[in-house]
Every structure is written in structure tokens, then in C-alpha cells.
Write a protein that binds this ligand. Structure first.
Ligand code: BES
Ligand code: MN
Ligand code: MN
Length: 457
């Protein structure tokens, strides 16, 4: 621990400078206009892996954005850790709400503000620096493989193909990912599950053209009104989702498991005041921790139709549209839920309109074991670095590729995230606390150390 601390202290400024450089690349995977910047970010990551001492570093092309691979095999008899992360980021919009520009990283109050600061550049880069540290201090305890992709934020379709085609190269004992959150530096935690996702777009069409709302209004159903009613009907008065069969496969936790989950510290009034809301909303019978961790949800991500420009235009629009996502919990299947939604939405459509449902990407939920060698190694590493044992929690977000690692590579994952829920992921003013970044770099070598030690026993 002393060696680690000394190395981090001696190199703190450079660790920050390099992260700032990485954050300057607008590697937005969703928008084709950034394709060149995504490529440049991949090249930067590859170079830093080489500089840190990785072998066989390669920028692997895909049908979309490239995957950066690199490895250090010290001894085939030692366990192997496969580090996964993503160098792509979400679009920075709405730009006007950023205090400083998203791709001009700025340090304020000990936090680094930029798109991707926490999700996931700041987090995967801790592994690159921890690897550098272990190489430089000759303390590498496990073999290490890096797979850093550029399409996580758009569904990881090409990573799935890469994984299936490279099973030998990716052979390992565990997947280690820092792309989730912990409660706080004072209350460290480890996420032990991720929700799945089913994402769709719906389009409701009424009359064959936009109409004068005075001439036709009142006689022809307005697609926006109909869509709004259809959407409103998807939750009942207890905020349960009304799609028949939606909850059929949901794994219910027993009383003891729920109690353990709810033992994590949670301050409801702080939560509300941070978000500027007076009351919380959600499925009846469940706490906020449960609603965001172990229960499935249905959310509207966007809704539009008709006239949304300056001033007033009297129009009865021909179409209304919405983007809808459902977060899924263990045992629910993304494809099955997509079909249940589609069938239901078409069934509830009144005859005044027609409905089109288009699925986007999906992902399966995942749970990670808490009784594995790797989990215990993560627990010990955090306990040593933070002075406290981490609490197991369930994360609300999704990393669809985790279930694929299990199915294709037979590997379990450890979600050792150092972000905070308040890091503004996918939102303006995304940030990552420098303290979390440095603490992560200190903790990761301990994981490798304890994973090697515990694997031998
Ligand atoms: N890192 C996040 C997922 C996450 C965030 C997990 C916070 C746990 C806590 C990841 O980059 C992400 O944003 N995933 C998307 C899904 C993807 C298919 C676009 C998500 O959760 O919306
Ligand atoms: Mn992420
Ligand atoms: Mn993300």
C-alpha cells in the first residue's frame, strides 16, 4: 500500500494531465460527424497502453468504431483479469446548459468537468494508470488483458461480434469493470447487478396530412392526444406497469434480501432537494432503492409531434412520436419484453389512428456473484484502500455486454465502480471527483494482488 500511495502521489499531476488530454477528444459514438475523433481517442488509448508496458496492443477495426486491445501475460499459471471499459461518450447536448464546454475539461472544486469524465474515460483510465503503476513498481500479480470499446453508448453491437470471434484471445478468469457508481468515498459500495434494457420508438398516425385545427379539430382524433392517453395507460394508479405478462419473469427478493438492500444509507430529503423535487414517485410497495435497483421500469425518453417552433400555429398534426425504454431486472428477457410491449401497444390503439413500433437496442440484465474469489478480492482491496468494507448494492443502469461475457466467455464480472450518482452521467456538467479517480488508481492494484493471492488458496 505504501508503494502504491507513493507512486500515485509522485505522478498525480501527470495522471490528471493525461485524463484531460483523453477527455478533449469528442468521441461521441452516436453521431457520425465525430467518427474521426472517436478514432483519435482509440489511438490515444492504444498509445497509453503501449507506454504503460502492454504487449500486442492493437486497434481492432469493427463495422463501427474500433476496439482497443492490449495485454500483459506475466505467467500463464497466474490468473488473468480482463479489463473492460469504453472510450466513447454520450452526445453533450444540450450544450447551453454546460458551465464550461464539454470537451474543454475544467477542474473546479476538486472535480474534473467534461463529457465522459466519469462515464467512462475517467474510470477505465484508472486501470491504465494502475497497470502502469504495477509495471513500474514490478508488482503485477495477475495477467491482464484490456478491451476498451468505442460503442458502449450505442449498444455494443460490434463488441458482441468481436467477443464471439476472439474467445481464445479474451480467455480470462474474471472481467473487471469500472463503469458504475459507489455510494461515496465514506461509504464505499460494490454494485452486484445491472438492469437490462428494451428500447423502442413508437409512431402514432391519424389523418393522412396535417389539418387546420379549427376546420377539423373536434371531428378527427388528434394523434398527440391519443398517444398521450396510450402512454398514460401504461402505468396504473399504483404505478405498476400494465403490459400483460410484463412482471411474469421478475425475480422477487425475499424479505432478508430486501432488508439487506435497504440497509444501505439513503437520505430521502437530500435526494429530493438535490433534484429539486417535492415528492418522490414510483411503484407502490417498494422503496426508492428497490425501485431503481431490483424493479423493472418504463420511461418516456422523448415525445414529440405537431408544431414546436416559435409562436403559435394552429394545427392538428398527422403524427405523434415517442421514445420509450424499459429497464429490466434479472430473469426478464429483453426480446420477450420488446415483443410484449409491441403487441400490447398495438392492441390498445383505438381505430382512429395507426401505430408503428420500432425496436432499438436492448440488453439483458445481469447479476454478479458476491461469493466469488473475485468479489472477495474487490472487497478486500476496497477495505484496505478506504478503511471500510464495501456494501453490496444494485445499480439502476445497464451495461448490456456483461451478460454476453458470461454467456460467450463463461466469465463473471466484478463491477468496481468509483463514480457517484451525482456525477451527471449523460447530462450537462458531467464530472468526476479527482479524489475518486486517485482512490481508484490506488484500489485497482490491490484487487490484482488479492485476486492472485485468493486464487491460489
Ligand atoms: N456506465 C453506464 C451504465 C451505468 C451507469 C451503470 C451508472 C450503473 C450506474 C453506461 O455507459 C450506460 O450509460 N449504459 C446505458 C445503456 C446503453 C445500451 C446505452 C444506460 O444504462 O442507459
Ligand atoms: Mn458507461
Ligand atoms: Mn453511459
Amino acid at each position: 500500500m505504501q508503494t502504491i500511495k507513493k507512486y500515485v502521489e509522485a505522478n498525480t499531476q501527470r495522471f490528471l494531465d493525461e485524463l484531460v488530454e483523453l477527455l478533449r477528444f469528442p468521441s461521441v459514438s452516436a453521431d457520425p460527424k465525430y467518427k474521426g475523433d472517436v478514432q483519435k481517442a482509440a489511438e490515444y488509448v492504444a498509445q497509453k497502453l503501449r507506454d504503460a508496458g502492454a504487449d500486442n496492443v492493437e486497434i481492432c477495426p469493427t463495422a463501427g468504431h474500433p476496439i482497443v486491445y492490449g495485454e500483459k501475460i506475466i505467467d500463464p499459471a497466474k490468473p488473468t483479469v480482463l479489463v473492460y471499459g469504453h472510450y466513447d461518450v454520450q452526445p453533450p447536448d444540450p450544450l447551453e446548459l454546460w458551465e464550461t464546454p464539454p470537451f474543454e475539461p475544467t477542474i473546479r472544486d476538486g472535480k474534473i468537468f467534461a463529457r465522459g469524465a466519469c462515464d467512462d474515460k475517467g474510470q477505465f483510465y484508472m486501470h491504465v494508470k494502475a497497470f502502469e503503476l504495477m509495471q513500474a513498481t514490478d508488482t503485477l500479480a495477475c495477467n491482464i488483458k484490456f478491451m476498451i470499446e468505442g460503442e458502449e453508448e450505442v449498444g455494443s453491437d460490434n463488441l458482441g461480434i468481436f467477443v464471439k470471434a476472439n474467445k481464445q484471445r479474451l480467455a480470462a478468469d474474471v472481467v473487471l469493470i469500472s463503469d458504475t457508481a459507489m455510494i461515496s468515498l465514506e461509504t464505499p459500495s460494490l454494485e452486484t447487478g445491472l438492469r437490462g434494457l428494451s428500447y423502442l420508438e413508437v409512431e402514432v398516425t391519424g389523418p393522412n396530412r396535417d389539418l387546420h385545427s379549427g376546420v377539423y379539430g373536434g371531428a378527427v382524433a388528434n394523434p398527440i392526444t391519443i398517444l398521450a392517453k396510450m402512454i398514460a395507460s401504461l402505468h396504473d394508479e399504483n404505478n405498476h406497469i400494465t403490459i400483460p405478462g410484463f412482471y411474469d419473469d421478475v425475480v422477487e427478493l425475499d424479505a432478508a434480501e430486501r432488508e439487506a438492500l435497504n440497509a444501505a444509507p439513503f437520505d430521502e430529503s437530500e435526494y429530493k432537494s438535490d433534484l429539486g423535487i417535492k415528492a418522490l414517485w414510483g411503484e407502490k410497495g417498494y422503496t426508492t432503492i428497490e425501485r431503481t435497483g431490483i424493479r423493472p421500469t418504463l420511461e418516456l425518453n422523448g415525445i414529440w409531434g405537431g408544431y414546436i417552433g416559435e409562436g403559435a400555429k394552429t394545427v392538428l398534426p398527422s403524427k405523434a412520436q415517442a421514445k420509450i425504454s424499459m429497464r429490466l431486472v434479472p430473469n426478464q428477457d429483453s426480446d420477450k419484453i420488446t415483443k410484449l410491449f409491441t403487441d400490447h401497444f398495438k392492441r390498445i390503439a383505438p381505430e382512429y389512428i395507426s401505430v408503428k413500433v420500432t425496436p432499438h437496442h436492448g440488453g439483458q440484465p445481469a447479476v454478479t456473484p458476491t461469493d466469488s474469489t473475485a468479489y472477495r478480492a474487490a472487497e478486500k482491496a476496497i477495505e484496505e484502500a478506504f478503511g471500510k468494507k464495501p456494501i453490496p448494492t444494485r445499480g439502476g443502469g445497464s451495461i448490456p455486454i456483461v451478460s454476453l461475457f458470461e454467456n460467450e466467455l463463461g466469465l463473471k464480472t466484478v463491477l468496481m465502480g468509483f463514480g457517484l450518482d451525482s456525477d451527471n452521467l449523460h447530462s450537462p456538467n458531467e464530472k468526476y471527483d479527482i479524489a475518486n479517480y486517485l482512490k481508484g488508481i490506488e484500489t485497482i492494484p490491490l484487487f490484482h494482488k488479492y485476486f492472485a493471492e485468493l486464487s491460489q488458496q
